[in-house]
Ligand binder design. Sequence first.
Ligand code: VL7
Length: 262
Amino acid sequence: MFRIRQMRKLRVTMPGRTIEIYTKISMHRAGIKKHFLPMDDDMNAKLCYCEKGVEVVGQPSLVFIHGFSSSKSTWLSVIKHIPDRYHCIAVDLPGHGETVGFNEEYYIATNVVDLLKQFFDRLNFIEPICLVGGSMGGAIAAMFAMKYPFDVGMICVLSPPPGEEYETDMVQQLRLGKYHVILPETFKQYYALMKILSKKKIPFARSLAKTYFKIHLRTLNQHKRILQIAFEYDYPNLGEIYRQLKYLMCPTLIIWGREDQV
Ligand SMILES: CCCCC/C=C\C/C=C\CCCCCCCC(=O)OC(CO)CO
């Protein structure tokens, strides 16, 4: 019990490093169901998402998009606080979480956006949605809203990655191929990154951190590839996409921490 509580505290600051048993426990507690949606053109490709509540006429569904190297489970701690009358969806992006079978082309943001469009059409929402994205998920949410403005009623963009003109040191390092700043390769790097990513001091057992690190290593190469592709195809256009956001007419909430190092 104690361990689970510790993980609960850690989960927010270490997106994507959640162990599956814990995900199941917390999803169950929050009244969340998990689904797999096979794609029409390729039955081996399945989008995994979780859902809380049911659609309500006149009220948008809330759809949550996670960040890089994260997963839908990062939103559980948010979703559990949202009243039951709201319909919530959190999806695993290609190459993340429990979504499986998508080839590398789906690591390109424009393809991710079109995949999300397909996904939303399959779910057949009756109202324009409220699209919420954090970090890289925020960039994807913004891109989605630009391309499919009629599908969104409002968007919420949390700490999106900066465009070229506001490039941070961390993003510069990533662009130069030093992926370990966000994808640590050693336990030492991993432990140091935890401190950078969490503003709040958290009591943290090294043994537990080692377990998280092992889990992280399983996805390391795939996530390196995603970063490589993001910097080749998406990052060069990001600034221009942000500049065009002012033409978007739906209500938009943008939250950015002043001391966010990414
Ligand atoms: C599979 C889909 C790929 C589509 C790529 C789409 C748009 C991306 C454009 C430029 C990415 C460059 C910056 C990436 C850095 C993100 C940071 C981040 O997400 O933080 C994490 C913290 O570890 C939160 O979970």
